[in-house]
Write a protein that binds this ligand. Structure first.
Ligand code: ADP
Length: 404
């Protein structure tokens, strides 16, 4: 049983082929610069050398065909025919209130995803292109959609409503949806397995700290609150996103600087966060390197960034009336020793005791970085959103009568 996982962007398409018998990755890769001059395909079979080629790929259907050609290629391939692929799972950013879990792609599901284009104009149309491209190349293969928002659909109203006129929620569905749900779901499940405790018995805060960053409060095994909002802009300070700010800043700055809606959107999403405060970079490695060399702006950016994470962990501990486990995951959360130290140092009042030696260990597996006597367990859990997409896809097609 093999499942192809696809993450389609507007000009890129990433893929992984899983063997679900042992959940191993047979091959992975990406197509970049779709629709531009020279598209680049990078294909990485598990047991063979990487292949990279440059050619013209004008749209997603050709991109998927190229991926299928490489997967079945006599020299670089890992399967002998596309018939060996039993299902395709797609990452879809926004499932709105419609999708509370992953779904088999049907005509009705496609209609619903289209209705959500307004809520995620940069992402959902690109995912739809991916779905249609697979349909054209492999018309008989079942497809499943897995949503970044679905895990957060369990949030109570008090967490997801904004205190603005209710008519905006009723008419336009303005509310908190939250993102990174696949990651928060995966790492919380891994954490419970690692601790050998039922997921439902733990109150956790999961900190997904990558280019985009969000904290989620997980209570009774479900998302209870999360820092990203109607869009991924809300909450933590990020690489280039501002995170929380007084909404009155927006009209004020638009007025003073004569900015349009799209300009202010771009300022808050692409020119803020670590990048804006450090004046250097959105990459945490460069920030910490500069900080170590005495750069004051880098230090300020780092302090603001870690302070905001600490504030959310504290707020969620109060929101859940308790906290057992803190999880760090994603590029920064899994790799930055200094970031984890800075966050945890301010949480001693809650009973967080970091073990410096454990925190400094470099490893790619789930591990405890708090001391054995720490009242709150702090874990680093490597995330794997693609594996969760593959698992959901596998589970759904096994259940679906279409497949039997
Ligand atoms: P995305 O949100 O794009 O999925 P990732 O989770 O891959 O992002 O995280 C990417 C970020 O991880 C990079 O911008 C970089 O700042 C950070 N990162 C990667 N390795 C390290 C490291 N060793 N130390 C600190 N930060 C790191």
């Amino acid at each position: 049983m093999k499942v192809l996982v696809i993450n389609a962007g507007s000009s890129s398409l990433k893929y992984q082929l899983y063997n679900m018998m042992d959940e191993s990755v047979l091959a992975s890769g990406r197509v970049e610069r779709i629709g531009m001059d020279s598209s680049i395909v990078t294909h990485e079979p598990a047991d063979k050398p990487e292949v990279k080629n440059v050619s013209e790929i004008l749209e997603h259907t050709t991109a998927v065909r190229r991926v299928l050609d490489l997967l079945t290629d006599a020299k670089h391939g890992v399967i002998s025919s596309i018939n060996e692929i039993h299902a395709v799972g797609h990452r879809v950013v926004h499932g709105g209130e419609t999708f509370k879990q992953s779904a088999l792609v049907t005509n009705d599901v496609k209609v619903e995803i289209r209705k959500l284009f307004d809520l995620a104009p940069l992402h959902n149309p690109a995912h739809m292109m991916g779905i249609l491209a697979v349909e054209e190349n492999m018309p008989d293969i079942p497809q499943v959609v897995v949503f970044d928002t679905a895990f957060h659909q369990t949030m109570p109203q008090q967490s997801y409503l904004y205190a603005i006129p209710m008519v905006l929620y009723r008419r336009h569905k303005v509310r908190r949806y939250g993102f990174h749900g696949t990651s928060h779901a995966y790492v919380s499940d891994q954490a419970a397995k690692f601790l050998n405790k039922p997921l439902e018995s733990l109150s956790m805060v999961s900190c997904h700290i990558g280019n985009g960053a969000s904290c989620t409060a997980i209570k009774d095994g479900k998302s209870f609150d999360t820092s990203m909002g109607m869009t991924p802009l809300e909450g933590l300070m990020m690489g280039t996103r501002s995170g929380d700010l007084d909404p009155a800043v927006v009209p004020y700055v638009m007025n003073k600087e004569d900015l349009s809606v799209s300009e202010v959107n771009s300022m808050l999403n692409k020119h803020s966060g670590l990048q804006a405060i450090s004046g250097l970079s959105s990459d945490m490695r460069e920030i910490t390197d500069a900080m170590n060399e005495g750069d004051k702006n880098a230090k300020l950016a780092f302090d603001m960034y870690t302070y905001r994470i600490r504030k959310y962990v504290g707020a969620y501990a109060a929101a859940m009336n308790g906290l057992d486990t803190i999880i760090f995951t994603a590029g920064v959360g899994e790799n930055s020793v200094v970031l984890r130290k800075a966050v945890c140092e301010g949480l001693t009042f809650l009973g967080v005791e970091l073990d410096e030696e454990r925190n400094s260990e470099r490893s790619k597996v789930t591990r405890r970085i708090s001391t054995d006597s720490s009242r709150i367990t702090v874990l680093v859990v490597p995330t794997n959103e693609e594996l969760l997409i593959a698992r959901d896809t596998y589970a759904i097609i096994r259940e679906s009568s279409d497949y039997n």
